[in-house]
Design a binder for this molecule. Sequence first.
Ligand code: ADP
Ligand code: MG
Length: 224
Amino acid sequence: MKNIISANGLKKIYHRGSEDVHAVDGINFDAAPGQMTAIIGPSGSGKTTLLNILGCLDNPSEGTLSVGGEEIFGGKNELSEKKLTGIRRRNFGYIFQKFYLIPTLTVLENIMLPSAFYRNCEVCKTPKEVLKQLGIENRAGHFPAELSGGEMQRVAIARALINSPKILLADEPTGNLDSKRADEIKEILRSLASGGITVIMVTHNLDLAKAADRIVEIRDGKIV
Ligand code: ADP
Ligand code: MG
């Protein structure tokens, strides 16, 4: 199967005072449509930095990245921020550990928020559809503070699905959840992958990692 995402020789070097931090240090990474990957490794090993580069949220210091056959980094011409925004919207859904729901907006409004930025989006789903998909239609009018952690993460996943992403990136999606809620999120991610979405997640949860098609372990910015 053709890879939806393909990276070669990725490096990210942060300059901290006189010190260079090699956060990502020569990583090759491919993923096929519908493949679920778990990235594991100790704190500070470069997992979040890698995920952000794969998701075109951060640029690598070196290396190449292509998404859906489109060259993002490493080409002759640097992509403009406008083009990057388009690539993010067409390809990615992002799920973060801390959910990042806006407390003064209802569940429905939180989920509608990204669609406000999508003009003429043919593939976009309606907020109702994604709420139904995640089994939280009955929470549409609630505020984030009125939800359990598991429900908040479902809302965050629903929001990430609004643009029908090809690739779902999740940074510790069960990091703030008890094991029962974590299990539910695992099933949701698994079924999204079965539906053809490429899932790439960073996790400390071994049970979640085992549900993936493969586990990639990172240490000191390198795959081991
Ligand atoms: P992980 O997600 O595996 O915990 P990170 O990708 O967050 O690791 O960080 C990898 C390394 O890069 C760490 O040493 C971290 O301190 C450093 N780092 C991350 N972001 C920055 C930044 N914006 N500026 C400087 N150093 C950073
Ligand atoms: Mg991290």
